[in-house]
Design a protein around this ligand. Structure first.
Ligand code: 5GP
Ligand code: ZN
Length: 111
């Protein structure tokens, strides 16, 4: 059994509110939403972060972005912020690559 939280969600060992499920990608609502739409989009295969994923399988990185677009459409958002934290100092807390899809409120400037 893996101790990776998002692998366990992908494997159905932990519950999640799934909004999109494809061959290689799963999207589910964040447990602690920071905006009216806050969904995390993950590959079903484990990579620690977006840089590792893009190096290993750039097409899958593209599938994540496309899935994020579908999630935005499902929630009726024509404007969203896609965020991926790479490394603990940047704020990454779950070391299974994920895109945050944030929308439904004014998000302001980054930094
Ligand atoms: P990070 O901080 O790594 O960029 O993002 C991790 C995200 O996962 C956080 O926004 C956090 O709220 C979310 N999260 C942590 N545990 C769970 C969980 O058990 N279920 C869901 N759906 N989201 C989680
Ligand atoms: Zn994982």
């Amino acid at each position: 059994m893996t101790d990776c939280l998002f692998c366990r969600i992908v494997q159905g060992e932990l519950p999640a509110t799934v909004v999109l499920d494809t061959d290689r990608v799963l999207a589910f609502r964040d447990i602690s939403p920071q905006a009216p739409t806050h969904v995390v989009v993950v590959p079903k295969t484990h990579y620690d972060n977006a840089v590792e994923l893009a190096a290993a399988d750039p097409a899958l990185m593209g599938e994540l972005v496309a899935a994020a677009g579908q999630v935005a459409e499902t929630d009726g958002r024509d404007s969203v912020r896609l965020v991926t934290n790479v490394g603990a100092e940047a704020g990454q807390t779950v070391f299974h690559v994920h895109l945050h899809v944030l929308g439904g409120r004014a998000l302001g400037r980054l930094g």
